[in-house]
Design a protein around this ligand. Structure first.
Ligand code: ADP
Ligand code: ASP
Ligand code: MG
Length: 439
């Protein structure tokens, strides 16, 4: 409940039900939800419905679908090596158009509304252009606007750095903006409206038998997002966890006039309580990531310090490393493999060929950028054995070769050939009976 609401509750005897249940919420609408003028008008109707029912709503919309790609494409046409500061200057305009259009749509419905850019709303970030992190949000301005009966609309995906430069929060960053704003104003809930009606056991575009989840634990959602499930940007889940922001994923494609009581309970809620989940499926979801590339450096002298000599220069070139495997040495040499983001494959290969191979006396560097990572996630895995074996058997039954494996308490990931990705996801979905969830 919002502060205002608890005050009302203390002193109110003659209050109406709608006042008692007044909520302070953030609505986030993704690119497809904002994809056309018709869609924007439908978003405005949904927001107006909440506003008219007495709820306080801050809206965080994304750029219209395809717009961020179009803008970044323009920059790429000018230079393949564009200055990241300028990329942010350009990409941030997509959201600026969206907020303005949505404010006009709300105003035409008779709702008092104004749009704000990241800097106008006081969203401060670091200076890591194209992947900035929010450092501070002062929610006072938004709370004041809400108290004035306004629906403030804040651009997704952007903020301002200490030098006054516009920054963006990385692809999918409007999720993070919304949850961070919800944390700053202590919203009762952050509602992430999107083009699916829930978080599913896996991406329903890949597995048509995927099932919607009523709840998912914060830990599981965090793993799914970090392992490639693009339904929420990982940093938004981080914020939800850090500030305990109740966050719900739901559809913006239901009728805009569906009753609020029904809408507010639809979709998937990220929960911070695990007990009820522990009773449920061992594996809750499957994630996949196509953005992977594998590099192997062969014939590496098997000596102390060699891993550091390989990984160090790659890290110094700002390339993040994910999975790592070092084979058992034979005749004094070994092979060392790791994965990087596909976008950074060339850069990592260059570093290894130019700075590492000769320096450590390795035989050769080989790479494959047609691999992907498929992962099973579930907090139930903590208390069950044999889950990894079941996973490997399901993949073996489909003749899918596993190239690398990593595990942690609540997840197991495998690296497989790109062309088997969909097959692997569907085989695992069946093996762990996720198609029967909720049945
Ligand atoms: P938005 O534009 O609203 O931010 P996104 O495209 O970023 O939407 O995220 C929604 C998409 O995420 C869905 O269309 C779906 O294909 C994909 N997705 C991936 N994994 C899942 C999952 N486990 N549950 C639901 N959707 C998923
Ligand atoms: N418009 C940005 C993107 O396409 C941010 C977002 O939609 O979340 O990545
Ligand atoms: Mg998104």
């Amino acid at each position: 409940m919002s502060e205002r609401c608890s005050l009302v509750l203390c002193c109110g005897s003659l209050l109406t039900l709608s006042l008692l249940t007044q909520m302070l919420v953030v609505h986030k609408y993704g690119g497809t939800s904002m994809g056309s003028i018709e869609r924007i008008k439908s978003v405005a109707e949904r927001v107006a419905k909440w506003h008219r029912a007495g709820h306080k709503v801050v809206v965080v919309p994304s750029a219209m679908s395809g717009e961020t790609n179009r803008l970044l494409g323009l920059a790429k046409e000018v230079s393949a090596n564009a200055d990241p500061r300028e990329l942010d200057q350009i990409a941030s305009t997509g959201e600026q158009v969206s907020v303005g259009l949505l404010a006009i749509a709300l105003q035409s419905l008779g709702v008092k509304s104004r749009s704000y850019t990241g800097w106008q709303a006081g969203i401060k970030t670091d200076s890591a252009f194209t992947k900035a992190r929010i450092s501070e949000i002062n929610g006072d301005m938004l709370l004041k606007a809400l108290d004035g009966g306004e629906v403030p609309i804040v651009t997704g995906f952007q903020g301002i750095d200490p030098d006054g430069n516009i920054t963006t929060l990385g692809r999918g960053g409007s999720d993070t903006q919304a949850v961070a704003v919800a944390a700053a104003i202590k919203a009762d809930e952050c509602l992430i409206y999107t083009d699916v009606d829930a978080i599913y056991t896996t991406d329903p575009r890949v597995e048509p038998d995927a099932k919607p989840l009523k709840v998912i634990s914060f830990e599981e959602m965090f793993e799914l997002a970090s392992l490639g499930s693009k339904v929420l940007q990982i940093r938004s889940v981080e914020f939800a966890g850090k500030y305990k922001v109740p966050t719900r994923v739901l559809s913006s494609f239901t009728d805009a006039d569906i009753p609020i009581e029904v809408e507010a309970k639809s979709g998937t809620l990220i929960t911070f309580e695990e007990d009820e989940k522990m009773e449920q499926a061992v594996v809750s979801g499957i994630a996949f990531n196509r953005d992977e590339a594998k590099i192997t450096i062969r014939g590496v002298p098997d000596q102390p310090g060699v891993a550091y000599k390989i990984i160090g220069p790659v890290g110094d070139a700002n390339v993040d490393i994910d999975m790592i495997v070092q084979n058992i040495g034979e005749k004094g040499t070994t092979d060392f493999s790791f994965t990087v983001h596909r976008n950074e494959f060339r850069k990592a290969m260059d570093v290894l060929n130019n700075q590492v191979k000769g320096a450590i006396g390795a035989k050769e560097v080989v790479g494959d950028d047609k691999v992907c990572k498929v992962s099973i996630v579930g907090i139930g895995m903590r208390s069950h054995v044999g889950i990894a074996a079941k996973m490997f058997k399901a993949l073996a039954d489909e003749n899918i070769n596993i190239q690398m494996i990593t595990t942690s308490e609540i997840k197991t990931s495998v690296l497989v050939d790109d062309k088997y990705m969909e097959l692997a996801v569907r085989a695992l979905h069946r093996a762990f009976e996720l198609d029967k969830v909720g049945a």
